[in-house]
Design a protein around this ligand. Structure first.
Ligand code: C2O
Ligand code: CU
Ligand code: CU
Length: 423
């Protein structure tokens, strides 16, 4: 994982590949995967972001029984939306995802946009020991109540990033997937202006990211169009500077000396073809409060402001802590009639960031701190800042019990999780 001089890192993998094989599906075409569990423990596979039937969602205890060691499960669904999605374990998720059980799932557009090249970066973050092995100590109580297990090493496709060679003038479609269990990323492309054309697989108004940084919480994806307008022969850095004092160069873009492929950026349209996601009706939508609670208070001492010190859960939603990887037999946060528009009114009462993820649906981002968002954008995961108030809206058109949880794995297993019921 960290280069040829270092020992190979032992991981848990799908089909022996780290990350798992890139699954390329066609929009509207049936897909089937027979998962055989060769792990020493039970597992499930979740198809993150795909609007699929509840029974195929891969949530233990909620949508299926776990796949025991030696057992298998047959997943089958037809992806309605084109876009950048992914799959990962949903059982013992902190450890299983932390050991590498994740991969990209791309649903191809029937008419893809005109680009010169397409690239996929599956970004993962690992805490490695000096022998390049995954460090033990998942579920450290301090980390559970703080940022989670932010690692030491960020990889692209399971390897330390190699220099990316580019030709001046080319247009690259870059699919970004943050498959880390805890690390939030803010990617800055020196000397370039990437345009975001889709978020979490759903096309958005093409726009430059705020602050010129592509902000990706765990589980989030962005499709960007990158016009390579740098100078032949020069090299530029892609920097992740999300955490103060932890900024690093993710990868370098190095230009060949060849003359530019074209003099001006490609004039091909940036907007992706729309997906058949229903647009919620805000006027008639039912509003549900989702208050995010708990965690260590910044500035406070150990235990100051932390919920349930002494064995209790570190986090809660509306005062309830659902811990683990599935429903744990708890009542849904709310029930909504199928077909109704729903607003999730997130209020982050904590001092920490939370990428909040809803299964089975894609939502429209409505507002942040009461201000309408500047671009039409959708997601299945919304990154909620400390103390922020975020509204998202969706049509509850997919029947079943669906998880709603933070995708920082320690936060999920530590109680920042609930379910909603569409009936
Ligand atoms: Cu990608 Cu319930 O998760
Ligand atoms: Cu999901
Ligand atoms: Cu969180």
């Amino acid at each position: 994982m960290v280069g040829d001089e270092a020992p190979a890192t032992a991981v848990w993998a799908y089909n022996g590949a780290e990350p798992g094989p890139v699954l390329r599906l066609r929009q509207g075409a049936p897909f089937r995967a027979i998962v055989e569990n060769g792990l020493p423990e039970a597992t499930t596979v979740h198809w993150h972001g795909i609007r699929l039937p509840n029974a195929m969602d891969g949530v233990p205890g909620l949508t299926q029984k776990t796949i025991q060691a030696g057992g298998s499960f047959d997943y089958a669904f037809t992806p309605p939306d084109a876009g950048t999605f992914w799959y990962h374990s949903h059982e013992d998720s902190l450890v299983q995802m932390g050991r590498g059980l994740a991969g990209a799932l791309i649903v191809e557009e029937t008419t893809p946009p005109a680009v010169d090249r397409e690239l996929l970066w599956v970004l993962q973050d690992w805490r490695l020991d000096p022998n390049a092995q995954i460090a033990p100590g998942f579920d450290n109580r301090m980390e559970v109540a703080m940022d989670g297990r932010v690692g030491t090493t960020v990889t692209i496709h399971g390897r330390l990033p190699q220099t990316l060679h580019a030709r001046a003038g080319e247009r690259i479609r870059l699919r970004l997937l943050n498959a880390a269990i805890a690390r939030i990323m803010a990617l800055r492309f020196e000397g370039h202006s990437p345009i975001i054309v889709a978020l979490d697989g759903q096309p958005c108004d093409p726009h430059e990211p705020a602050d010129s940084r592509i902000l990706l919480g765990p589980a989030m994806r962005a499709d960007v169009m990158l016009d390579m307008q740098g100078e032949p022969g020069r090299s530029y850095r892609v920097v992740d500077d999300f955490y103060d004092r932890l900024s690093y160069t993710l990868v370098r873009l190095s230009y060949e000396n060849a003359p530019p492929l074209r003099q001006h950026p490609s004039a091909a349209p940036l907007r992706l073809p729309p997906n058949p996601v229903p647009r919620p009706d805000l006027a008639s939508a039912i509003v549900h409060d989702v208050r995010l609670q708990g965690g260590m208070m910044s500035g406070a001492g150990m235990g100051g402001g932390m919920m349930g010190t002494g064995g209790g859960a570190a986090w809660a939603i509306n005062g309830q802590s659902m811990t683990g990887d599935g429903s744990a037999g708890m009542k849904p946060l709310f029930t909504i009639d199928r077909g109704r528009s729903c607003i999730l009114d997130f209020r982050n009462e904590t001092a920490w960031w939370h990428p909040m993820h809803l299964h089975g649906h894609s939502f429209n981002i409505v507002s942040r701190d009461g201000v309408a968002v500047p671009h039409d954008e959708w997601g299945d995961t919304v990154l909620v800042r400390p103390r922020e108030h975020v509204r998202v809206a969706f049509v509850a058109d997919n029947p079943g019990d669906w998880m709603l949880h933070c995708h920082v794995m320690e936060h999920q297993v530590g109680g920042l999780m609930t379910t909603i019921r569409v009936s």
